[in-house]
Design a protein around this ligand. Structure first.
Ligand SMILES: [Zn+2]
Length: 402
């Protein structure tokens, strides 16, 4: 996402603004520069309009975020970009009804703002024109002139537009998510996602054509993001559907080599040369698991302090390594890794350390087993397949995960 500035924090949610937001302000100033009030007042008014517009976008995102929090989904931050806002949810809830409500809350906020401002708009208009103007061209002419009536009218119109526009079923825009959630109530989640993404692609095509015909760059950008974002999310949902068939215990690297905290990096280099292993569990002298030496850490330490560095000084300490139970399914393992940005997890049975799972391990399971599932519709049985059939619905985290 690049550089963004922290604006404020509300209920644990950071509101950040991306630097490119300045472009939106400049655009506002540019649009109103020729207003009757003069270029300076016009430009300032334009900036005010954009700031208020984005205040509404922020409220829209808080609609999503607070509803998500209500369903116990963590929200880390909201980012404001020139083309809109994004609320970063830790995950989408598994229940379609919850996704439906979280998504719907955004556009509903915009409709609520419009509804709240409507009486004020009617009052201001009646005061300015003597009666409510029925001639739309009078209104449109007036809109260019800086003033309170026009500002309120603009906000009412824009919030209605924002609400309606976001409800277009262009997954992963709100309307597309609502469509997916509704479909998922009647069919498997993967199928629902595939259909929603397909509809989203058609919508993205239409938006792009519309953008081209009207010369609207923002619209073309949105079409692009809908296409790319939809494809990425479909892939992630499909991957998780495969990974859900397998447990952490099945993905463990057997016979992995351990390092000892008192050893030096040169030992790790030696092991890497002689094996396929890229990340090493680190044990202390009593064979207790105390951390992980990941490949990126190893490489950085070699560059910075050389092969004689002690492993204990550069390893990822055990407190920073996410832990899963052997029965946790791989989709959850993967989710946990991506939510904390870790490339490894430790698998522990109560207090007993069983081994590590790396991103490569998960990727391998996905590629090999995904190919097998695509061919047969069933996963290839592994020698330690669980005896109970996999649950199609994702399960909650087990207590051992914490
Ligand atoms: Zn939204």
């Amino acid at each position: 996402m690049g550089t963004s500035l922290l604006l404020f924090r509300l209920r644990g949610i950071e509101v950040r603004v991306h630097w490119s937001f300045l472009l939106a302000l400049a655009y506002g100033a540019f649009i109103y520069r020729n207003s009757a009030a003069g270029p300076l007042v016009g430009a300032l008014y334009g900036i005010l309009v954009i700031l208020l517009l984005f205040a509404c976008v922020t409220l829209h995102e808080f609609g999503h975020a607070l509803t998500a929090q209500y369903f116990k989904v963590k929200v880390s931050h909201i980012t404001l970009l020139p083309i809109g806002g994004v609320a970063q949810l830790e995950r989408m809830p598994d229940k379609p009804m919850q996704e439906f409500l979280i998504t719907l809350a955004g556009p509903l906020v915009n409709f609520a703002i419009a509804l709240l401002l409507l009486p004020l708009m009617l009052l201001l208009m009646t005061m300015q024109f003597g009666s409510f103007p029925t001639d739309i061209s009078v209104l449109l002419n007036e809109m260019q002139r800086p003033g309170l009536t026009n500002l309120v009218t603009y906000l009412v119109a824009t919030n209605i537009l924002l609400g309606v526009f976001n409800l277009i079923p262009a997954f992963p825009m709100d309307g597309g998510r609502i469509l997916r959630a509704l479909l998922a109530m009647a069919m498997p989640y993967v199928r629902a996602t595939q259909i929603a993404v397909l509809v989203g692609r058609i919508m993205a095509g239409l938006l792009a054509v519309w953008g081209l015909l009207t010369g609207n760059i923002i619209m073309m950008l949105i079409a692009f993001f809908v296409y790319v974002g939809g494809s990425a999310e479909r892939e992630s949902v499909e991957s998780k559907a495969v990974l859900r068939y397998f447990t952490a215990a099945q993905a463990l690297t057997r016979g992995a080599v351990n390092l000892y905290s008192s050893e030096r990096l040169s030992r790790a280099v030696e092991l890497i040369m002689n094996s396929y292993q890229s990340d090493f569990p680190v044990l202390d002298l009593t064979s207790k698991f105390v951390g992980v030496l990941t490949r990126p850490r190893l490489i950085r330490a070699l560059q910075e302090s050389g092969p004689e560095t002690r492993i204990v000084d550069v390893m990822v300490p055990v407190e920073s390594v996410p832990v899963v139970a052997p029965t946790t399914n791989l989709a959850e393992v993967w989710e946990q890794m991506s939510s904390v940005g870790s490339r490894v997890v430790a698998v522990k049975n109560q207090q007993e350390f069983l081994g590590l799972i790396t991103l490569e391990d998960i990727n391998e399971v996905f590629q090999v087993m995904g190919a097998s599932i695509a061919k047969t519709g069933k996963p290839t049985p592994l020698d330690n397949m669980p005896t109970t059939p996999p649950t199609p619905e994702p399960t909650g985290h087990t207590a051992a995960d914490a």
